[in-house]
Design a protein around this ligand. Structure first.
Ligand SMILES: *Cc1c(COP(=O)(O)O)cnc(C)c1O
Length: 349
């Protein structure tokens, strides 16, 4: 595949304070774009990161055909660059695209674009545990026409944002009793932009009550715990780790599936099954609920300190041997080429 490359005249890297990065606010010098026209992906190119124009009637603005991925590039002490299970992201963006009646991005477009871009942006990937270049591949419907049907033209793009290890402070959450982020037969399993939009308003109500996130429950009964904000969710009851099984309401997280595998590798009792709100509250009341944490690429693992449901609120005590810390360290060591990678998750670029 021939990628047309137009380099930036003057890198802006020297103006970036890599010790004070606000997640997702700074972008690297270049971006990758490929157009979908007449039934095929054409004109792959790398250009300076910059605004671009679209028709006001572009369907993405009206009917929300937009899907994305979140990945990271890591650098080890020898300046080698790695991705973590990128095949999973490739498969998932195409599952998401299929659900929104969008064309799948071609494998060479996705991977050649990603590799070429990363080689150009090497300097933007800083060494050190926690530093990474966050990668945001996405597909949007660009065809100008406000007919309510799938577009015939799209753009696949990749933009890059340098990130530091992310610590959002103590997280307390409300278990959803009214709102839902997804429903049976819906698009919850897709990384669709609209899923995030649907979540902002209920989350802002939670903020007003002093909670940072919402634990999403199943839309029909609100009895089963499914996701933590935009992360998958794990519970530790006694020494047993439990996470909800994937379904069409839950996003199939790469971090989640890696934790499940690491639990098996390390003889930690792991159950993938439905978890009820009452089970968690009962376990909390008798002191058996040791930990709750969310998992996702951006924060890796985000421990949850407390939760509220109905009129009850609970605080979780700090654990000396925390599973959250254990899995975070295991994952980081694999991602940063500091430990053995027996499943071949690390991919050198
Ligand atoms: C992206 C995402 C996750 C986490 O997926 P990872 O592959 O682990 O980053 C979990 N839930 C939702 C809703 C997401 O959008």
């Amino acid at each position: 595949m021939d990628i047309d490359i137009q380099l930036i005249e003057q890198s802006k890297i020297d103006s970036v304070d890599f010790n004070n990065l606000n997640f997702g606010r700074t972008f690297s010098d270049h971006m990758f774009t490929c157009d979908f026209k007449n039934g095929e992906w054409t004109n792959p190119r790398i250009t300076p990161y910059a605004p671009f124009t679209l028709e006001p009637s572009a369907r993405v603005f009206h009917y929300g055909q937009a899907v994305f991925e979140g990945m990271k590039a890591y650098k080890d002490d020898n300046d080698d660059i790695f991705l973590f299970r990128p095949d999973e992201n490739f498969d998932r963006i195409n599952k998401s695209a299929e659900r929104l009646a969008m064309p799948p991005v071609a494998e060479d477009v996705f991977f050649e674009g990603l590799k070429k871009l990363l080689h150009l942006e090497k300097k933007w990937i800083k060494k050190g545990l926690g530093n990474s270049l966050y990668l945001r591949p996405f597909i949007i419907a660009t065809e100008g026409a406000i007919a309510a049907s799938p577009a015939e033209e799209y753009k696949f793009m990749i933009i890059c944002s340098p990130a530091q290890s992310y610590y959002g402070g103590d997280v307390r959450v409300i278990i959803a009793e009214k709102y839902s982020r997804s429903a049976d037969g819906g698009v919850g399993y897709a990384k669709a932009a609209g899923n995030y939009a649907a979540q902002f308003y209920p989350t802002s109500l939670a903020h007003k009550e002093g909670y940072q996130q919402i634990i999403w429950t199943d839309a029909s009964t609100h009895e089963y715990l499914e996701e933590a904000g935009t992360m998958n969710i794990f519970f530790r009851i006694g020494d047993k780790l439990i996470t909800a099984p994937n379904n069409d309401r839950i996003l199939d997280g790469v971090t989640r599936k890696s934790i499940i595998q690491l639990a098996k590798d390390n003889n930690i009792d792991i159950e993938v099954r439905r978890v009820t709100v009452s089970e968690i509250k009962d376990a909390a009341r008798v002191g058996e609920l040791k930990e709750i944490f969310g998992s996702g690429t951006a924060a890796v693992i985000n421990p949850i300190k407390g939760f509220k449901h109905d009129k009850d609120s609970f605080e979780l005590a700090d654990q000396e041997n925390s599973y959250a810390r254990f899995f975070k360290e295991k994952l980081l060591n694999i991602q940063y080429n500091k430990s053995e990678d027996k499943h071949g998750w690390r991919v050198k670029i």
